[in-house]
Design a protein around this ligand. Sequence first.
Ligand code: HEC
Length: 194
Amino acid sequence: MSVEDPTRSREHATHHVYDDIEEDDHPLPVWWLGTFFITVFFGLGYWFWYHSVQAGESLAQTYEHEVAALPKHASISAAGADALKALETDTEALVRGGAVYAQNCVACHGAQGQGIIGPNLTDGFWIHGSDAVSIATTISEGVAAKGMPAWGAILGDKKVLDAYAFVASLRNTNVPGKTPQGVDAQGNAPPATN
Ligand code: HEC
């Protein structure tokens, strides 16, 4: 005995009866088939465009292009070595830089720059370069792998430049603290201590 389903049209249905077993084969609704074929063609097109001829940019490539287009520590490279040198004797920048240092850097580099977790900033030896642009760039971009934050993104370029002025004033003041790391301006390693 078959139960009539009033919601389904029997108009296009195939009706089979085998051994008293009734079988109906209703065609799939047009909207369903339509959606199905649209996704199939979209998928083929997508595969062809992004994977086969690779005419389109993948999300990863878009990301890389956008990152590459970002201005890189703009004010530091624009400021250049001469402007950084000028900051070193700018007393107002030094005072502002001292405040930035006290608030953000003391925890790792020590109140006098003698070094705690971060290296001693008062010796003549530098891990990431002793010239003005290198030091300012290290402050701005940080050393993610070693726990030195990228201050450019946190403080902005102006405060980074002020902090640079202060750090430059610590150079070669030789406060006893963490053993020197890196090399000096001539590329020499610190004398062995034992
Ligand atoms: C969370 C700890 C931490 C804080 C806070 C921190 N630093 Fe550092 N800093 C480090 C570490 C660790 C290194 C060493 C990175 C390495 O070994 O490559 C470093 C390296 C440096 C260097 C390069 C030293 C070299 O020998 O080349 C400079 C310059 C510097 N920091 C300046 C600053 C300034 C300025 C601030 C504040 C705005 C600051 N740091 C705040 C941890 C810190």
